[in-house]
Write a protein that binds this ligand. Structure first.
Ligand code: C2E
Ligand code: MG
Ligand code: MG
Ligand code: MG
Length: 285
């Protein structure tokens, strides 16, 4: 039976594969076109200091306003870009735009004397981080914008740090330039808390699957991550805070910063910039 159907199946398989490859090639071409024609934009999600409710910075999140398709979220095109050289182009564009925007906000609304002012965090793909050019790309964005290096945070996933010695070296170089490094989605990979001690990182972002979990074991784990990170001198950000109880718990666990729909959703630059001029707390009271 299998033999009798074998040929037909192979043809169906070929056809499916051909379609997938065509779709992928079309999507890649559309991303490249979009980058060249101003279809990409950044939304900014505020990050809040848990103790004071004050703004500490923003995470820049890319969106693609694709004609005829509406707003395409990053999960729908970043993986495709990561499969080709395009991811370097996307990351470079995001680096330039995010640093340019924060530098502009700083001229419009200077930080108060003695305060560093808010940071901007940019997500860097593992593939781009493994590319030798990443160090120069970050240096170029800082030079073009005039933004002080200490106000730029690069977010990387933990697998990059554990699996790739080349990326690890690039991160060490970037950190030596004064840029901060954050481990994104911490807890979803296989890093043990002890390994944090030897990593070139400044900040730990706890994945929202732990922050939002009702399981007592997960809550204990969050408390443990915060204590361990503090032991190693790292700042802790909780991602995906959606409920007031979560924020209260994080406060009692001495978590440093929080980000999530409860506080602010990611928003266009004009709205995000308006938060800067406010002197009062920007989180929920
Ligand atoms: P991420 O870096 O972990 O970003 C956080 C994601 O969680 C964002 O989704 C954000 O909108 C969402 N989020 C924030 N608060 C909440 C909350 O309270 N509840 C829930 N359910 N979600 C929340 P977004 O913008 O769709 O981005 C998804 C992922 O795409 C990012 O995860 C990041 O890995 C990637 N990404 C986004 N922008 C870029 C970029 O410029 N370059 C690269 N290489 N990757 C990017
Ligand atoms: Mg991130
Ligand atoms: Mg994350
Ligand atoms: Mg993520």
């Amino acid at each position: 039976r299998a033999k009798a159907h074998g040929r037909g199946r192979a043809e169906i398989f070929d056809e499916t594969l051909r379609l997938q490859l065509t779709e992928r090639a079309e999507l890649e071409a559309a991303i490249a076109h979009g980058l060249a024609h101003g279809e990409m934009q950044l939304h900014y999600q505020p990050v809040i200091d848990v103790a004071s409710d004050r703004l500490t910075g923003y995470e820049a999140l890319v969106r693609w306003q694709r004609p005829g398709h509406g707003m395409v979220p990053p999960d729908r095109f970043i993986p495709v870009a990561e499969g080709s050289r395009l991811i370097g182009d996307v990351d470079r564009w995001v680096l330039h735009e995010a640093t340019r925007q924060l530098a502009q906000w700083r001229t419009e609304c200077p930080a108060r004397p003695g305060e560093p002012g808010p940071t901007v965090a940019v997500n860097i793909s593992g593939r781009h981080l493994a590319d030798r050019r990443v160090v120069g790309d970050v240096a170029d964005a800082l030079a073009a914008s005039g933004l002080p290096a200490r106000l730029l945070v690069l977010e990387v996933t933990e697998t990059v740090l554990v699996d790739d010695p080349v990326a690890f070296d690039h991160l060490s170089e970037l950190r030596a330039m004064g840029v901060s490094i954050a481990i994104d989605d911490f807890g979803t990979g296989y890093t043990s808390i002890g390994q944090l001690r030897d990593m070139p990182v400044d900040t730990l972002k706890i994945d929202r699957s732990f922050v939002g979990s009702a399981e007592p074991a997960h809550r204990e784990l969050v408390a443990l991550m915060i204590r361990a990170a503090h032991t190693f001198g790292l700042t802790v950000v909780a991602e995906g805070v959606e409920e007031p109880e979560q924020l209260e718990r994080l406060r009692s666990q001495a978590c440093d910063q929080a980000q999530g729909y409860l506080l602010h959703r990611p928003m266009p630059a004009a709205e995000a910039g308006a938060l800067l001029g406010r002197t009062e707390a920007v989180g929920p009271v």
